[in-house]
Ligand binder design. Sequence first.
Ligand code: UDP
Ligand code: MG
Length: 319
Amino acid sequence: MANIHSINPLISIVLPVFNEEAGIQETIDVLERFVVARKERYELIFVDDGSRDHTIEILHAAMQKFPQIRIVEFSRNFGHQLAITAGVRYASGDAVVVMDADLQDPPSVIPSMIAKWQEGFAVVYGKRRHRDGETWFKTATAAAFYRLLRSMTNVDIPVDTGDFRLMDRKVVDILAQMDEPDPFVRGMVSWVGFKQTGVLYDRQERYAGSSKYPLRKMLGLAMNGITSFSKLPLVIGYWGAGLLGIISVLAVLTNLFLGTMTGTTWLIAMTGFVGALILLSLGILGTYVGRMFTASRQRPLYIVAQTEGFKQAIVKPKQ
Ligand code: UDP
Ligand code: MG
């Protein structure tokens, strides 16, 4: 197909890394073989998210033999989503692929993403058909979360889809403008719009090391997803008030006609219910106010300690 992208496009692969010394060399080797076998040009941007092990030394050594490697080094751990944000901002490719550095997202899926991109899709996300080596708990909670989020927002966020995806330059440029603290990148990409599609893939088992996403971080990400894409929880008070109204009418009627339930029992039940509802609404309010507080401080989203492998000519992206 005659398409500007098909001439000899540059593809940037962005990989956030945090304490991946056990498997990073294998990831680099697999990607090197992949890049050599392909006709497109590639750059590999590793964003070191404040690793405290030997990840950065391994990356530096690999760079000597594999000149397509670029490194963005954070001053500390800022989190997976901000590492992706930074990597995407430093990327200069016609298309940018985001993937995990633990080989859970297989590079063999990238050619089908590129093919869809060349057909004219601006975003091609990887949709998990099957998850290898992940706990029943993680698979079930993730599936429930994606469906809950979809039911709460107008943005078309696909289910069972992580951050493994290819994005066209026009999407990357918009994403780079979005200065959201606590970003939920996969939702932001959906929000941008244009033609988006998915390719199915089997998520592999982590090659080495352990997940850097404990339950606490997973819950944090889920909360960020909901609070940045839905205002529905904020109005839970209305629903509660409506429900309470119905219950109080029922209480009055029961007492009047049947007399089976005493006023005291009703009073105790309702007070508890009202208390719980008020506390829940307060907690939800607090969560959104907390987001506004973070945004109002206007701190940089992350601090880059140093970068390597980028051409001097590249304008330094905003922090
Ligand atoms: N990661 C990161 N910063 C963090 C946590 C994770 O850059 O604070 C990286 C990690 O090295 C990996 C990717 O983000 O390349 C996804 O993390 P992980 O594989 O641990 O998550 P899981 O696949 O278990 O959900
Ligand atoms: Mg992983």
